[in-house]
Design a protein around this ligand. Structure first.
Ligand code: E4P
Length: 214
């Protein structure tokens, strides 16, 4: 399973790189807006910093606008994955980009048949949003499970990129299901390293070490 960081913050991305487990980055317009910086500046910096795939999202709502933006986004780096919202127009854009060999990530997936359509259009990744479904009382992990079952059934090559991940249990369940990629907010990256028994165990070891004659 690959780990992407879901962030547009250069500090957070650098922090994730320093942990040595970062495979790529996903961003969205809300994450970019939080940085307070111009989009093209942030996008170029991230693409330069990260070796793996970087998902940058289009904001146009017609296929024509999306394709125009995709062309611009790809100038920021050869690792740019064009992130496209799950719309009929989006599917048209995915089909055209996939024919040109340009990688895409279809985002805002909330039901399995959306993921089926994205795969048929030739998407490289699909992003089911787990946490946002949980927030409205639906089972986000069930969505991921259904997508994996459908993709396996028809041997689709599209990768499942679990998004809107809120806590380590989401990550654990995704790993058990064989999800290809999880994209994590930096907070969850840190949560994954923690256990209270690790902290108390280390405290005891270090205290006992002081009693050892060296
Ligand atoms: C995915 O690529 C999105 O950027 C992201 O995971 C959305 O997460 P949120 O529901 O925490 O905003």
């Amino acid at each position: 399973m690959q780990y992407f960081i879901d962030s547009a913050s250069i500090e957070e991305i650098k922090e994730a790189i320093s942990l040595g487990v970062l495979d790529g980055v996903t961003t969205n317009p809300s994450l970019v807006s939080k940085t307070g910086r111009p989009f093209n500046e942030v996008a170029k910096e991230i693409c330069h910093l990260v070796q793996g795939p970087v998902s940058l999202e289009v904001v146009g709502t017609t296929a024509e606008e999306m394709l125009r933006e995709a062309k611009q986004l790809r100038t920021y780096g050869s690792n740019v994955v064009v992130k496209i919202p799950m719309l009929s127009e989006g599917l048209k854009a995915v089909k055209a980009l996939s024919a040109e060999g340009i990688p895409t990530n279809v985002t805002l997936i909330f039901q399995p048949v959306q993921a089926l359509l994205a795969a048929k259009a030739g998407a490289t990744y699909v992003s089911p949003f787990i946490g946002r479904l949980d927030d409205i009382g639906q089972d986000g992990l069930l969505l991921v499970r259904d997508i994996i079952q459908i993709y396996r059934q028809y041997s689709f090559k599209t990768k499942v990129l679990a998004a809107s991940v809120r806590h380590p249990i989401h990550v654990l369940e995704c790993a058990k299901m064989g999800v290809d990629v999880v994209t994590l907010p930096v907070k969850v990256v840190h949560q994954l390293t923690k256990h209270p028994l690790t902290d108390s165990g280390l405290k005891t070891f270090l205290e006992d070490w002081k009693k050892v004659k060296n």
